[in-house]
Design a protein around this ligand. Structure first.
Ligand code: COA
Length: 337
């Protein structure tokens, strides 16, 4: 086992690895650090991160309230760790934050995560944090024990599933589309419905509120007031496209939505599907998903990705009928301070 000594250094803490004599230094993350942070995250994570998307995400979080970012660098100034705290926008309450820490895959169990956690934990205290969320891959036991050893508890377990759109055959689902259509339900995307007018976005907003009421992970969450929500969703990390937002209308009443967000890695992310309680059990969610995925395939996206709470068995079964294959999911952990 490697011995470590915590040292106080000018401008930040230093962790000395006694075996290699290489120092780790923690300091605030600068704009110039971001390309190095992104390449470290891409070497260390299971998802690819795009620099521009990452910058937009940070700018978006900065606008939402207090944020902080730290990097850990080694003796050659290479970024080996990154940590950040930012407001939990789903909670929309002051004192609710998200925390993310990643250390370089080849530098784990050498104190980098601890260094970042201490700094962020102190920042959370200074910023009167009440509640903190974090996410961890469900096949990553080391990260899970790191978090639980620091007081986090598993709140949810989300499955991730992927659909290979290049092999997916929308024609095999045409009977469902016809059946829903015969019941007088129209499926259309936001572009076809006239774009992001206030009236359309109000209808979308009402459905998003219904989603918050019933979806197990976000249950109990609230949306910001309409104007703020509209601005946030339109800027959704630059990934919002009216063609990806699908709705079901019955007698011109908006009764269901399924949102797909295109990502720079050529995948679409399924951001949420909801059907008004009065219209459930009529294959509307299934049909909406088929219509939205058919659009994604024709737009050239290669995969669709979705996350579902492990207890949300009906949507998991529905996704499997569509052809989604399960991949490792993640735990959502929380800590009350
Ligand atoms: C979670 C994560 C950040 C931990 O990073 P790390 O650099 O391995 O963290 P540390 O080395 O500081 O701590 C890991 C364990 O090794 C121990 N350790 C630290 N230095 C050590 C050393 N020199 N020798 C042996 N063990 C050491 C720590 O005490 C800790 O054990 P503990 O939980 O019992 O206290 C890392 O696994 C990761 O990036 N995971 C992917 C992202 C993620 O899931 N993050 C979760 C939180 S947002």
């Amino acid at each position: 086992m490697v011995n470590i000594h915590l040292q106080l250094a000018i401008g930040g803490f230093k962790f000395r690895k006694a075996d290699t004599q290489m120092d780790y230094t923690i300091r605030s993350c600068d704009y110039e650090d971001m390309p190095h942070v992104v390449s470290m995250l891409n070497r260390s994570g299971s998802k690819s991160v795009d620099l521009e998307v990452f910058r937009r995400q940070i700018a978006h979080d900065d606008q939402a309230g207090p944020t902080t970012y730290y990097v850990v660098v080694d003796g050659t100034e290479s970024v080996v760790g990154f940590g950040r705290c930012f407001p939990d926008q789903l909670a929309s309450k002051s004192g609710y934050f998200n925390l993310r820490i990643t250390s370089s895959t080849h530098e784990r169990h050498r104190g980098i995560g601890t260094l970042l956690y201490r700094q962020l934990d102190a920042w959370l205290t200074q910023n009167h944090a009440i509640h903190v969320n974090t996410n961890i891959r469900d096949n990553d036991d080391a990260s899970l024990s790191f978090a639980t050893n620091r007081g986090f508890q598993v709140a949810h377990h989300a499955f991730e599933s992927r659909l290979d759109l290049s092999a997916w055959q929308p024609e095999s689902f045409s009977a469902t589309l016809e059946q829903v259509n015969r019941r007088g339900v129209r499926l259309a995307n936001l572009r076809e419905l006239g774009g992001t007018t206030d009236e359309n976005m109000q209808n979308f907003y009402v459905l998003e509120m219904k989603l918050l009421e019933d979806e197990p992970v976000s249950s109990g969450g609230t949306l910001p007031e309409f104007g703020v929500w509209k601005q946030e969703i339109l800027e959704q990390r630059g990934l919002f496209e009216p063609e990806g937002m699908w709705f079901a209308l019955h007698d011109e009443v908006w009764v269901a939505s399924a949102s797909l967000y295109g990502r720079p890695d050529n995948t679409v992310y399924n951001g949420g599907t909801v059907v008004d309680r009065a219209y459930r059990g009529q294959s509307i969610a299934f049909a909406l998903k088929i219509a939205s995925l058919r659009w994604a395939k024709s737009a050239g996206f290669t995969y669709a990705v979705t996350n579902n709470e492990a207890t949300n068995t009906s949507i998991i079964a529905l996704n499997q009928r569509l052809g989604y294959q399960p991949s490792p999911g993640f735990y959502m952990l929380e800590k009350w301070l």
